[in-house]
Design a protein around this ligand. Structure first.
Ligand code: ATP
Ligand code: ZN
Length: 298
């Protein structure tokens, strides 16, 4: 009889905008895996996790059917699949946690000369999109009837070639819209990548998932945190601590041979910007160092 270790199965995007960030997140969690270019499946070293590399649109269905217990996908894709797919199991897929990458918005964009004054301006118009589910919901909420042309890609060319009056597409910087003579008129859905989970995970796999969530939380917290060190006149300590962003109890250390100054070390859970450093200097700090944190467990 051979011993079979229980392993958690995770579906991630094979290639595309979420692929690198998904793999990088796992690597930062200390999970290493070697994947060759065309491989669809691989086994992680150091952690009981198997990886499936698939198209992002298929990830919710992989998780709903139980082929994988978890997945990493954009909220836009999850919501759209739930709305348009005939697979009723998709409704049981839940978001576990946001992952902070793949941020984008699904927006109505109009060509120059289209006088957009809210959803009402779309009444009777033709709209091209790859997100007919989310767009239909939006139009229904707004009580607006319009025609939807479903396109798989290159949605942004539709108005130029006369296929549509306006589009509804994903935007992150807006550069693609601008190149195609379109401008963003209204955001209908904001999205980022999320960890998703299906129904019916057994206790052993749930334990593995809990370990993974703890590590992901550690990585995300470390990403948003900085370790800050500076020298401070003893008399200015209260003012300086008030300037430190998102830090409750800084460490105060003696400086050898000095009784007028101390060293302050703190973990800041909010952004430390040049303005923060200028404010600290203004309040009396000197020798200010800001360093990234690699890992963090509370
Ligand atoms: P696949 O081949 O896996 O089906 P795809 O071409 O459908 O990939 P990508 O373009 O790789 O998808 O985008 C994947 C996800 O990245 C999107 O669903 C969305 O969540 C996110 N994303 C972030 N910014 C953008 C953007 N500017 N345009 C499109 N998607 C974006
Ligand atoms: Zn896709």
């Amino acid at each position: 009889m051979s011993f079979q270790e229980t392993r958690l199965k995770l579906a991630i995007q094979k290639s595309g905008r979420l692929a690198d960030d998904s793999r990088e997140l796992l690597e930062k969690c200390g999970i290493r895996f070697i994947k060759s270019r065309d491989q669809l499946f691989c086994t992680a070293q150091d952690f009981p996790l198997d990886l499936f590399f698939v198209r992002d649109d298929d990830i919710p269905a992989f998780v709903a059917s139980g082929v994988c217990q978890i997945g990493i996908v954009g909220q836009n894709v999850l919501s759209e699949e739930i709305l348009v797919s005939k697979n009723s199991k998709l409704k049981s897929v839940k978001e576990v946690m946001p992952l902070g990458f793949g941020k984008c918005r699904l927006s109505i964009a109009t060509p120059h000369g289209f006088d957009y004054r809210g959803a009402e301006s779309l009444r009777g118009k033709v709209l091209a999109t790859s997100y007919s589910g989310l767009l239909s919901e939006f139009l229904k909420d707004q009580n607006v009837e319009a025609e939807i042309v479903d396109m798989r890609g290159a949605v942004e060319i539709a108005p130029r070639v006369g296929m549509a009056d306006a589009i509804c597409d994903l935007v992150s910087t807006g550069a693609t819209l601008a190149v195609n003579g379109l401008s963003e008129a209204e955001v209908i859905f904001s999205s980022q990548s999320v960890l998703i989970q299906g129904l019916g995970i057994d206790a052993q796999r749930q334990e593995i998932l809990d370990r993974l969530i703890l590590r992901i939380n550690g990585v995300l917290q470390a990403q948003n945190s900085k370790y800050i060190m500076f020298h401070a006149p003893v008399g200015a300590l209260d003012d300086l601590c008030a300037v430190l962003p998102g830090s409750d109890a800084p460490t105060i250390l003696e400086l050898q041979g000095r009784d007028d100054k101390v060293a302050v070390h703190a973990v800041c859970n909010e952004g430390v910007f040049w303005e923060t450093m200028e404010d600290l200097r203004h309040a009396g700090a000197s020798d200010i160092l800001v360093v990234p944190i690699e890992k963090m467990l509370e």
